[in-house]
Design a protein around this ligand. Sequence first.
Ligand SMILES: [Ca+2]
Length: 336
Amino acid sequence: MDDLFQTEVKPEAKFWSEPKWINLTNLNLRKGDHIITIRNDGKGYNDIDSIAIIETSKFQEQKSKILRAIKESETPIVYLLEAEINFLENPCSKWNYKKYPYNDYLIYPEEAATEKTELYIPKEGSYQFFARVLKGPECGVLRLLVDGKVLNASCYAENPGFEWLNLGSVYLSQGAHEIGVCAEGYVELDLIAVASIKNGKQLNSLGELFQGSFEKPTVNFEKLNPCEYRVHVKAEESFILVFSDAYHPLWRAILDDGTEVKPVNLYHLVNGFFINRTGEFNLTVRFIGQDYVDLGFKISLVTFISVLGMLAIPERTYLRVRRRLASLKRAIYRRF
Ligand SMILES: [Ca+2]
């Protein structure tokens, strides 16, 4: 700032994840123009999106206002810590990541090691910890360290499958806390959920947090085939139709007026369709992947024919064909 060195940042992480705000510095500035210089030392990339400068008192005032609102609220607090974002900040980590089809990134230990992250608790109280893991016959025990307190859960299962593990609760004061992961044996961790609990009353599952008090809609369904379900609904309020099939972005809920609703997969806590309609009505839940299979065959056929043709035609005709193909492609994209 004004040619005076202030701070340096090395935003390197093992997992290339997401933009993040970093608190840089706190300065006393006189009224008038100032010059900010940013410099890269030539040893790697820096991607900067924005720099925000806020008057300290305004920032503190806003922060206290938010903390007060959280403290006074009766609503439970839920943190979702993606394992790959929170525990792979160390570029030399002994943990690594992999992608699991139609799921998310999972982290696993290449050798015994603990990785840590910081969690800010805005309201003191008991917090219960859950971990979404891929269980399997080769798996051992996941260890979570909360300020040094050890929480254990077994990841062993005869048949592989995802499961939310209940790790138990810890009393946490307001402020920053250290969360570490380590394992005895092999584990595959997707995500950690931390939920505030009232009067030490433990939750049996994360789902308990999402149980509404209103009259539940009545739902009857009939399976037409593995890709299509007919659903009859009677609802007094808008609701989320929870679909227990494995999440896939190509499932759709289609209302009787033709409205298509795409599925939500909110960290595997809520997996279904938000239906903003009340009354008694019918809808269809359909896997539209089959449409893509049919369309994909047609596109392949078109591509095949045009490639064959292009080898034998003059350039002018080729350009005209290329323009036509581009408009055909646009038409196909518009359809979806
Ligand atoms: Ca994950």
